[in-house]
Design a protein. Sequence first.
Length: 660
Amino acid sequence: MESQETAPKQRVIPRACHNCRARKVRCNRLVPCSNCTISGLDCPRGGNPRSARPHEDAQVSIPSQDTLSYFARFEAKLADLQLEVDGLKEQLQNRDSTDNTVPSPHCSNSSNPVVRQHDVFGDHTQEEGDSSFGRQALNAIQVAELTSSESSHSPAVAQQLASLRDMAREHEASGVNRDDYISAPVPATDNLKMRLPPSTFVLAILRVLRERKGVQPILYYFHGVYDRLQIEKLCRRIYFPLDSVSAAEVTLLNGMLSVVLRELDNIEDSEITSEEITRYQRICESQFQTGLEVYEVMAMPTRENVMILVIGMVHAQIKAKLPLQWSLTSTAARHCLALGYHREHRVSRLPSAEASSVRRLFWHIYIADKNLSSRLGRTSIIQDLDVDTGLNAVSDEPGRTPWDQAFASFVEFARIQGKIYDSLYSPAAKKQQPEHRVAVAIDLESQLSTWHANWTKIDFSEAFDYESFAATFGPADIIYYSSLTLIHRGTASSGSAQDISSACYEAAHQGLQAHLNYYPRLSCSADHVLSNYAFWIFYYTSFTPFVVTFLHCIAHSDHGDLTLLQEVLSSLEQVGSALDYAEKQLFLCKALFRIAEAFLNSQTATQNNHTVAGSTATFCIPLQNPFSDEWAGLDRFLEGTEDWDMTTIDPASFLLDDAM
């Protein structure tokens, strides 16, 4: 005999819903079904959609007594579970009120938007290598000219150095910022929904992409998408499914639509209103972030997951979340290696269109991986010795040819970027003899010069969306000189300001001048053009020329360098003052300029004091500082100097006697 706890025997298998039968697709027979949920349609039951809901006077069948008792027991169990959940919530609230509470990584509210996690097992400060701009800036203030006792006598120099070091200490003490890795939390009710824009709106987007070829290169070359047909195919797959749709496919389409809408927002005469673009772009991006932050995307190497990670890399880049971009790029690179996308024999077996898409995807990740290697001073995931996949052939279409050539050129540039870190800045490279490092630098300089010469030969006069091409690749000279400066700086045997070679200084000077020459073109540019240029300056390169010019200014007390730094800083403030990812770099540039300015002013004041003393004295002997042996460095001296006013000290007190 069956137990009373089981459900009634009489069960009727529900029919497929009207929409699925009309479109001749498989229905999972839930209410609502998955196909109707994804398509945003009502899910009527039965043969006629009008009969999905009974009329008020329709006959309604009365459930049996067994059914009623079954549901009564079910409701009682739910009530018991609710009581247990309430008790657990109360325990968690009591635990959160104590001092030793560790916040849940999934909890967030408006009063505490930034959650920093500190592990009891150690520090989680993000490490940057010697090729990063932040590390170079902090190393620059350790030079002997700034740590000597003579420069320490200037309160202005000490104050600026202390300010920069305080920033470094705060960064190291902050631990891991969750917001740098995870997007803003989505409400729990939205986690269960996979929403998409209505099909009519998506069709309007596809029409714009088909009619405006100038929009396509930006999407396909910087967002990992191969062409428009790839987007159309995915739209048909999801909006008119023949089989069940996976969550990864919905996440991927939301990501593609979000980047398409971001680019369409820059088109003034688009048939889609800006209100619609803003609304659906926000929805698509929110849904994409929800689907991105799941375990399967990070753990399972599939093509859909790789494409999701690539779009996530672009989102992290736009939002200036460098740690998140590094994590997503590294994961995408490992997925590519697991799938064999770095091997020609694996890719060549795929169908032609599929192989072209895979090649584009792989090399897009390769560029990001090598760039972050140089930018952060870390080794890349994809090693050149393990790669033999070829590039796609350059298109014969005149409008697309320059874009294909530019993409291939930046693949080569990324390869050089990876070599710069591996050959000059990695721990293994640091152990090499100086002669070997100089030889490596000469070879890298030759490769970079060849790349730049080939780049200047690209004719982009007939490129699709000529203005976007010029705005996108206009700063190529700046990143060329920045990388050239980084190469020459890597040959230095020490971090001394006196150890800067003439070639290194010349490259740095030309890099800053190239920036000043290009800057007037941005005076009347749109916001997205300014943002694009700021990305090249602050995000894509380490902007080493600014640090090298600062060191040369300190070593030679060069007022011309100080003027150049001031002009560059003024232009950078105009370009990146409103951008989040430029905030740290701008602060470092400002700090370096103020230190150089205070140092030169102190040098001038010291020289003037010596001149005045020499005119009234026959012979002067400087008084040796009795505490010089106790001052191990600048850090101890900086303690307690905030209220010290140098103007109250008579310069003559440092002389043994006025006349001997």
